[in-house]
Ligand binder design. Structure first.
Ligand SMILES: Nc1ncnc2c1ncn2[C@@H]1O[C@H](COP(=O)(O)OP(=O)(O)OP(=O)(O)O)[C@@H](O)[C@H]1O
Ligand SMILES: [Mg+2]
Length: 462
């Protein structure tokens, strides 16, 4: 029982280890491989190509080239052993003229007979020479006498010396008769064709990947509320399908926004007509406390309606343009000072941002107005980095309790103490501000401010 238990827990540990290793490997792999689709596809093409060619080249070098070199050096060694045999058989007259003539004419070997000095010490072995080792082995087998060879050096000759009893034979052979020397042509062909292949692949891939990049750009621009210009479905079938689906989705969203806007505007307009009639009728009633209260309510209702109309209209027409955020924030600061608050403003980073300037000013302006209404000190601080434009509006007022920070964004919602203050205000400010931030692809969040009040943060991707 305990044995089974032991082996089971061992197995469990092994599986856990494997899973962990696999996870690590996947993480590492993700880190080292490039992130873009283009380099990834190139890698998918290039890696097998390089692998294949390396294997082929290695096998070729190892097998073919070695075999050929061995055969060739065997032939040269046979020639040399024939020369050695001839030396013994032919008469040593006239400085071995016959031997040298036969060797030169029939075997292309240049033979000289030297005095019987000892052989030179073995020269340095070339580090990676198939020729040297093959030739040494072959000569050692064919000629059973001491010998010395020199295959080093750039000349196209190789030198072999064989020690005879009464002399030393010095033999020069052509290097290319002992050596498969033109194998680099094979490598050249291989590298050349793969370069051509790579060029073709790069060109083709470019064309396949551009439509995907265009789709990504279009979706990103639409998400940020920017114009999507000259985007057409192109490329492979799947990419085209995704593009068509994106365009359909975009059209549906736009239609929905338009429908919402016209409906809200229609409702508000109808109500305004009735309200005007109501006011007119009120004007004919005698002035007393009841009618005064009624008039005040009607005025308030009309104020709300106006605000609502503005909200429903939502300036859908505004296009994005390069806006100087530093100047925009400074402008809002001056407005806040004019309204009687102590205001500070700062901006860090490149100030020119591609946004709908008027709407964004309204968005941040609403936050500043709230701060001015509820607090004495306002601080507007903007930062912009490679990805985000962030604007914080801080105040030292009472703030908003955490539980209420979601619901204050609802249209017409005003918290109780604000309602009691009775200072105009329709409860649309935050709703409009969030609407604007969201059409830019961003959002607004509320938090505690280091100044003690509320911090409203606008975050917009750039
Ligand atoms: N800086 C703030 N400090 C404290 N409470 C706030 C602050 N900003 C907003 N609030 C609360 O959130 C509520 C909703 O704000 P919102 O801006 O949407 O409406 P409003 O300011 O009352 O009206 P409007 O902005 O349309 O004039 C406010 O009524 C107020 O109670
Ligand atoms: Mg407000």
């Amino acid at each position: 029982m305990s044995l089974v238990h032991c082996s089971l827990s061992g197995l469990g540990r092994a599986v856990g280890f494997l899973r962990e290793a696999n996870h690590r490997f996947a993480q590492w792999f993700n880190r080292v491989t490039p992130k873009g689709l283009y380099p990834r596809s190139l890698l998918i093409i290039v890696t097998p190509m390089v692998l294949l060619q390396s294997v082929v080249a290695f096998v070729f070098m190892e097998r073919h080239y070695n075999t050929v070199t061995r055969r060739l050096s065997a032939a040269v060694s046979q020639d040399i052993s024939a020369v050695v045999a001839l030396y013994g058989a032919l008469p040593a007259t006239d400085d071995h003229a016959v031997l040298r003539r036969i060797a030169w004419r029939d075997l292309q070997l240049n033979v000289a007979v030297l005095p019987p000095d000892p052989l030179p010490p073995p020269g340095p072995k070339p580090f990676f020479s198939v020729l040297d080792s093959a030739l040494s082995r072959e000569i050692g087998q064919k000629v059973s006498r001491p010998f010395w060879i020199d295959t080093v050096g750039r000349s196209n000759l190789i030198e072999v010396r064989v020690k005879m009893d009464d002399a030393v034979l010095r033999i020069f052979a052509q290097r290319n008769t002992a050596y498969a020397s033109n194998s680099h042509i094979f490598l050249l062909w291989m590298v050349g064709t793969s370069l051509v292949l790579l060029t073709v692949a790069i060109l083709f891939l470019r064309n396949q990947i551009r439509p995907i990049e265009n789709l990504a750009d279009a979706a990103e621009a639409f998400g940020k509320g920017r114009d999507v210009e000259n985007f057409r479905p192109r490329g492979a079938r799947e990419v085209r399908r995704a593009s068509v689906a994106f365009l359909e989705m975009k059209r549906r969203i736009e239609r929905q926004i338009e429908q919402r806007t016209t409906m809200l505007a229609g409702v508000s307009h109808d109500m305004r007509t009735i309200l005007t009639r109501f006011k007119l009728e009120l004007a004919f009633l005698p002035d007393n406390a009841d009618t005064a209260a009624l008039k005040k309510d009607v005025d308030e209702l009309q104020g709300m309606l106006e605000a609502y109309l503005a909200f429903a209209r939502g300036d859908p027409g505004e296009q994005t343009s390069l806006t100087d955020m530093g100047a925009l924030i400074e402008d809002l600061r001056q407005n806040a000072e004019r309204d009687g608050a102590t205001a500070r403003a700062s901006f860090m980073g490149p100030p020119l941002v591609e946004v709908k300037g008027e709407q964004l000013k309204r968005c941040i302006g609403n936050l500043v107005n709230n701060a001015v209404r509820h607090a004495d000190t306002v601080e507007i601080s903007g930062t912009r980095d490679a990805r985000w434009l962030i604007v914080n509006v801080d105040d030292d007022g009472p703030g908003i309790p955490e539980a209420k920070r979601d619901e204050v964004f609802r249209p017409f919602l005003r918290l109780d103490d604000a309602r009691n203050q009775d200072e105009g205000g329709s409860g649309l400010g935050l709703a409009i501000a969030r609407d604007v931030a969201r059409t830019h692809g961003g959002d607004i969040v509320l938090a505690d401010s280091p100044l003690g009040g509320l911090r409203a943060t606008v975050r917009i991707p750039v």
